[in-house]
Ligand binder design. Sequence first.
Ligand code: AP5
Ligand code: MG
Ligand code: ZN
Length: 215
Amino acid sequence: MKIILLGPPGAGKGTQAKSISEKYCIPHISTGDIFRKNISEKTSLGVKAKEYMDKGLLVPDELTIDLVKDRLSKEDCKNGFLLDGFPRTVKQAEALDLFLKSNDEVIDTALLIEVPRELILERMTGRRVCQLCGASYHVKFNPPKNEGICDKCQSNLVQRKDDNEKTVKDRLDVYDNQTQPLIEYYKSRNVLSTVDGTLAIDKVFEDISSILGER
Ligand code: AP5
Ligand code: MG
Ligand code: ZN
């Protein structure tokens, strides 16, 4: 099962990805999480990526594509994978298709989580993420059992640096200009499915499960 998650910042990609990855036993690969890990470890990739991420801009394709190809070549991706936050440009989508084609593979489903722009700002400014496992919470919509502590691994929750009002607006513009065209890209390949991301987290997951099928 090879799945791509599409949708604007704050649509709930990371939130749903955790559940999908558990249910279907495929690795959750988030380019955003990989970059953030590199930033916290101060690697050279992290130093480069930070410059763009802090401004809400996309990290250049040259840095992103090879990283994903490397990750997809790992043993745990043999039976499929769930990509969250990649591809984000047509160039990335084409590179991914080419890479899969060399192994006679294709993307099975591109899942678009739709959420209108008006709802996004509140989601982002109230988001808290686990420093260790990347789980996403929300102070109002999905609070952890103990304030500031991850339910899954008991690590501290923090606010992402790019979750302030100004940067969120810039990220939404970047999404409209550079990532939105992927909806048409996957529609024309007959693999696009859409879910209503404004529903409650559990309901969105039910809808996703009915698209992906029971296993
Ligand atoms: P990335 O980390 O991918 O961020 P993003 O796409 O902007 O998406 P988010 O992680 O902000 O949102 P999400 O959809 O995962 O929402 P979540 O589930 O957390 O990328 C960050 C940066 O890295 C980019 O700006 C770029 O610089 C760089 N980058 C990454 N990939 C790249 C690539 N391929 N190419 C180039 N650059 C790249 O949910 C959000 C909040 O809403 C949470 O608080 C959650 O609890 C809450 N919530 C979720 N679902 C619901 C619901 N149904 N109802 C109510 N609240 C909900
Ligand atoms: Mg995310
Ligand atoms: Zn955690």
